[in-house]
Design a protein around this ligand. Structure first.
Ligand code: PMP
Length: 424
């Protein structure tokens, strides 16, 4: 494969002409595809349709009528299901509504309004800072922006965020109140935190007594290739005497139906009691019928694991299209590097510095909408303008193949143009 970074200006000019022709062909095809969000395809959603008709009874195990108000923290059968799946004791969890992001936002606003550990509410402080391993999930960063939390970008390594950097910051600065983590198959890179990273996060010394880890395990059971095991952060935090440090989030949004699944928050017993106190003012209870539907449909954790294998089979060909097309078109060109996730929902790529926005723009002009460049960084600001999130789940395999081929042309065209500017 031609290494574009080693080409002469003449060679680059030649390539540019060829690429512009190819690009014009794609524009002529009037593609219309949205790959901006990690949404499942309707064929993937169809795998779950039986959940809509599984409600055999609305009376719960303990005789509660699920049609009526009550049971703030969730049905015990729902807790049992997720307890078995995630290895978290039922007493340490609250089953919420349809969205884990909502639980995260609420957890953050409670800290702002009421504080915790006897410390001042965060709204009374001059400055609240959060660590944001990046590239990361744009909606986490949006919560910080909404509440005026200063975000500190933390580089990601192959085994999780840069722990030396994190430890050096949190031990000195009491205004750093927490960190966002997607510990398994992270959004967008598909990175899995190593045991050492989990251990260090759980045990590190923090100047803030009320430091919180927002442990968003959204892709905790989303294995596509080999299953990666995640170290139990609660166990590590308990052993280090920091058991209040962790808020753990999970949902079935990417298991059954996004926005119509069941979400949960798990934490230490004292944190759970604190959350329930405020939650009892906020709501009389969440949707128990949906909890029952979910339990009836899956029966037990094994039911979810079997379902996730089917889902993996559905997603694997799409990941393969992405990875094979990148390999075929861009390996050795010097224009792009990318991650090879073992699971989750995304693949992340890095262009040459200064080329991500232009690549996304070119794709959009040709009818393929990608996640906005920069979205994976705090303040939508990718300092090197390199990172792009590829979300392969929504299109059909045929559409995805075409979109990826166009994407590669856009990467090359943006890269060649950048190299020509630099060589001027
Ligand atoms: N966390 C991460 C890392 C996600 O990728 C998503 C979905 N895109 C969510 C949370 C949202 O989950 P929910 O639907 O449960 O709010």
């Amino acid at each position: 494969m031609l290494d574009f970074t080693k080409c002469s200006v003449e060679q680059l000019m030649e390539e540019k002409q060829l690429l512009e022709k190819k690009y014009a062909d794609y524009v002529g095809q009037k593609l219309k595809l949205d790959m901006s969000r990690g949404k499942p395809a309707s064929t993937q959603l169809d795998l779950n349709n039986d959940i809509l008709s599984t409600l055999e009874t609305y009376i719960t195990e303990d005789g509660t009528d699920a049609r009526n108000y009550g049971v703030l923290d969730g049905l015990s059968e729902a807790k049992k299901l997720f307890s078995e799946l995630l290895n978290i004791a039922p007493a340490n969890m609250i089953i919420g509504g349809n969205s884990s992001l909502n639980l995260m936002y609420d957890a953050m606003t409670r800290l702002f309004l009421f504080g915790t550990e006897g410390e001042r509410p965060w709204c009374q402080l001059d400055q609240v800072k959060f660590l944001c391993p990046s590239p990361g999930y744009d909606r986490h960063f949006a919560i910080c922006e909404d509440l005026g939390i200063e975000m500190i970008t933390v580089p990601m390594h192959e085994d999780g965020p840069d722990m030396d950097y994190i430890e050096s910051l949190v031990k000195e600065d009491a205004s750093i109140k927490g960190i966002w983590c997607v510990p398994l198959y992270s959004n967008p890179q598909g990175i899995c935190y190593s045991d050492e990273v989990v251990e260090r996060l759980a045990s590190m010394k923090t100047a803030a007594k009320d430091f919180r880890i927002f442990w968003d395990n959204a892709y905790g059971v989303h294995h596509i290739y080999d299953e990666v095991k995640l170290k139990d952060i609660f166990e590590a935090a308990r052993a280090a005497g920091n058991e209040n440090r962790v808020y753990y989030f999970f949902s079935t949004s990417k298991i059954t139906f996004p926005g119509a699944g069941v979400a949960l928050i798990a934490s230490s017993l004292s944190n759970i009691a604190e959350i329930k106190k405020h939650m009892s003012i906020q709501t009389i209870g969440h949707d128990k019928l949906n909890q029952l539907r979910t339990v009836n449909y899956f029966k037990n954790a094994e039911g979810i694991r079997t379902h996730m294998k089917k889902l993996g089979n559905e997603l694997r060909p799409k990941f393969e299209i992405v990875l094979n097309t990148l390999e075929k078109e861009l390996a050795g060109t010097g224009l792009l590097s990318w991650t090879k996730p073992q699971g989750g929902y995304f693949v992340a790529v890095d262009t040459l510095p200064g080329c991500a926005k232009e690549t996304v723009r070119l794709a959009k002009e040709a009818g393929v909408v990608l996640t906005g460049a920069g979205a994976t960084f705090p303040y939508q600001n990718d300092p090197q303008d390199r990172n792009i999130r590829i979300a392969p789940t929504y299109p059909t395999v045929e559409e995805l193949q075409k979109a990826m081929e166009l994407f590669c042309v856009c990467v090359k065209l943006a890269g060649v143009n950048r190299l020509l500017i630099e060589n001027q």
